[in-house]
Write a protein that binds this ligand. Structure first.
Ligand SMILES: C[C@@](CO)(OP(=O)(O)O)[C@H](O)COP(=O)(O)OP(=O)(O)OC[C@H]1O[C@@H](n2ccc(N)nc2=O)[C@H](O)[C@@H]1O
Ligand SMILES: Nc1ncnc2c1ncn2[C@@H]1O[C@H](COP(=O)(O)OP(=O)(O)O)[C@@H](O)[C@H]1O
Length: 289
């Protein structure tokens, strides 16, 4: 038996850090949404009690370091599953890019194995398990649009943002999330207007969304990698309505209302960047079918 699951990337429309916690993590306030750029996860039942990872991407580990492996391992331990699984990962989301590719693969594996191994868990239960794997996994279990607080694992659903294009450009570098958080000076951050972002989304106000984007991790990554600032400048020059780095970077995204400007930005950035995508936001949450 086989189960196919889509694992979409996320962008952070806003990302604020409130303080560093005693456990070493940072208390965050993030507005996140899933986009139509996805890995495909194929889960095949294995009678042997093993977890096998297949991926053709050389940046994706094929052992217990893989977040999808960790998702399967966690379910096996917690629910005494004796069957095994082959996890095929067809990677489209750039790795270490601020788009939560690994977290989304883990979340999709949780949703898919819930079906394959007939565990009968709810999305809420899967999201709680996801938090044990990584801070972004709970959001990825639900998908859609949400305010994420705590270290990222407390999820409040929001409506879909107003329709627009999301043009993403990733420079030829990968960024370590841990290093970016480590270098952040929490005392000096310029907090983005999170409440204003939420109201704009609730009111379907595209200009309001564009005026409320902000990411306190941006300056840290920009100071390490000046090419990220160059991409931001180019996107602005080509007429983006809003431009922001996603997560810890280095991927930069722009929000664009008009098709012609989307084409201009997409074509202008191609050749200059490692990868460029023009996609839509998904808006809706995942369902368990
Ligand atoms: C920055 C964000 C924004 O969505 O995304 P990415 O850039 O990774 O996509 C997330 O906060 C990343 O979440 P995730 O990548 O799941 O983080 P984890 O694996 O839990 O943690 C990696 C490391 O980041 C730091 N970390 C993470 C989350 C948090 N709230 N505070 C932290 O200080 C910790 O040093 C931790 O060891
Ligand atoms: N399934 C996976 N896909 C991508 N990366 C993975 C996966 N499992 C583990 N990793 C590791 O997680 C790290 C962060 O990857 P990723 O989730 O793509 O980035 P980000 O945290 O920036 O969103 C990578 O360096 C990679 O080695």
């Amino acid at each position: 038996m086989k189960v196919l699951v889509k694992a979409p990337a996320k962008i952070n429309l806003s990302l604020d850090v409130l303080h560093k916690r005693p456990d070493g993590y940072h208390e965050v306030e993030m507005v996140m949404t899933t986009i139509d750029l996805a890995d495909r996860i194929e889960l095949s039942l294995l009678e042997e009690d093993r977890i096998v990872i297949h991926s053709h991407n050389r940046f994706v580990p094929d052992d217990q370091r893989n977040l999808a492996y960790q998702a399967a391992h966690l379910l096996k331990l917690r629910f005494q599953v004796k069957q095994g699984v082959v996890i095929g990962i067809e990677k489209t989301i750039p790795v270490a890019a601020g788009l939560a590719g690994g977290s989304s693969d883990a979340a999709a594996t949780l949703r898919g194995l819930n079906k394959l191994w007939k565990l009968g868990l709810s999305l809420d239960e899967l999201a709680v398990l996801g938090a044990e794997i990584g801070s972004d996994v709970s959001f990825c279990v639900y998908g859609g649009t949400a305010l994420a607080t705590g270290r990222g694992e407390i999820i409040e659903e929001l409506p879909a943002p107003p329709t627009c294009w999301v043009v993403l450009a990733k420079p030829f570098i990968g960024v370590s999330t841990a290093e970016v958080y480590r270098r952040l000076n929490v005392e000096k951050v310029q907090h983005p207007p999170t409440k204003q972002m939420i109201s704009a989304i609730e009111n379907g106000d595209f200009n309001g969304v564009c005026n409320s984007v902000g990411n306190v991790l941006e300056d840290v990554t920009l100071s390490l990698y000046p090419e990220v600032a160059q991409i931001k400048d180019q996107m602005k020059r080509f007429g983006a309505d809003a431009v922001l780095m996603s997560g810890s970077g280095p991927t930069v995204f722009s929000l664009v209302a008009h098709d012609s400007r989307m084409h201009r930005i997409y074509n202008g950035l191609r050749g200059f960047c490692d990868q460029v995508f023009a996609v839509r936001m998904l808006g809706e949450r995942h369902t368990l079918d």
